[in-house]
Design a protein around this ligand. Sequence first.
Ligand code: DGT
Ligand code: MG
Length: 397
Amino acid sequence: LYPIPEFDLKTFNECIPERKAIFDHQNKEIAAALDLLSEYWETCQQTKTDENRALAFARAAAAIKCLPFKATNSQQLKGIKGLGNGHALRVATQILESGYCPEVEEKRNDKKFLSLQIFCKVYGVGPSIAEKWYAQGLRTVEDVKKLDQQDIANNDMIAHGVAFYDDLNRPLLRAEAENTYKYITDLAKLILPSVVTSMNGGFLRGKSSGHDLDVLFSYPEREDGDYGLIAAVLDELNKKGLVVWSRATHTDGPRKVIEINSSPLSSGSTKEHLPTMMIIFKYPLDDRFDEFERRDFSGERNLGPFQLANSNRQWRAVRVDLVGSTNAQYPYAQIGWTGSKQYNRSLRQYAKDSLNYSLSSMGLHDNGQNRWIAAQTEQDVFHHLKLTYREPWERNF
Ligand code: DGT
Ligand code: MG
């Protein structure tokens, strides 16, 4: 039944983060159908049940992405943990047997979903604002642009998201990301020569384009002081006039100052609070920073987002996240910011269920023994989790 003799369903089901998923997996049509249903329920969520549906379809899609063979027979899809034996399996079976699933096509073309999808592509907008705009009668991004409404005026993140909608929804190519990464990290090294940096997110997982650039910084603890280095990098970029918009945030958590000299692994909380600078950055249209950074951008400083977006500019707006971590947090931060999101979910769920550990981008906490577990490298983290190491490009769940 299974075309690959060494495929053993029992082993495959034993431990989900032991699975591997590369981008070029063999069951793309099925995964795309399940991903669409997940996106549908995430975008159109009204209730907790809808949110759970979105998660269940994301889990099912991840299971399909991990299959080490091309499914040719629906019998091969039975009993797979994550895919289950209900709704997602029915969808997968239909795609496999006829290449077509009416439910997926109906949802893909659902008018409301199409509008909400557009709204959610506005930087700063999630399902609840999208729903509100829809209820107000808006349907397209042009409708949103026309409205000089409160929602936009009061929220500078969304105002920039609307004004730079086209720029920010154009895929960022790997070469552009690498170019920006080099420019920003060279600046950081001038400020702190010992800084260690990495380009994380989808690019590290092997994607050829993405929606943003994720840059992770690691420095000795005393250099941290919360935003320390990444604030200094942002300052430099601002001085050169290269920043359109920025916001300091702690990802996934309340703003909380990490005390200088406190142990990064002793904060007592596994809540994410790595200091993060979310930036909309000016990327030179000719890909060359050397001349670009010497230009005088002072004339652009006092323009509002719409004026700026419509001005005669020599750059394109791109999204960059600068994330700070101490050396002790770094291996955990690397895993957290490499993703994929679904891979991280499965890793954290497994750590909790199987080991009673709490895993986050800040560290690993053994809840039974109430202690933090130190790691030097990502390999150490996998070892602590009793898992086989997986390369970033195998984490495309
Ligand atoms: P894309 O869309 O091409 O940029 O794809 P990714 O995978 O780079 O997605 P992105 O940039 O949203 O996130 C990269 C990884 O970083 C993601 O797998 C999880 C992590 N990450 C992103 N945003 C947050 C956040 O707000 N909190 C935490 N804890 N992790 C985040
Ligand atoms: Mg990214």
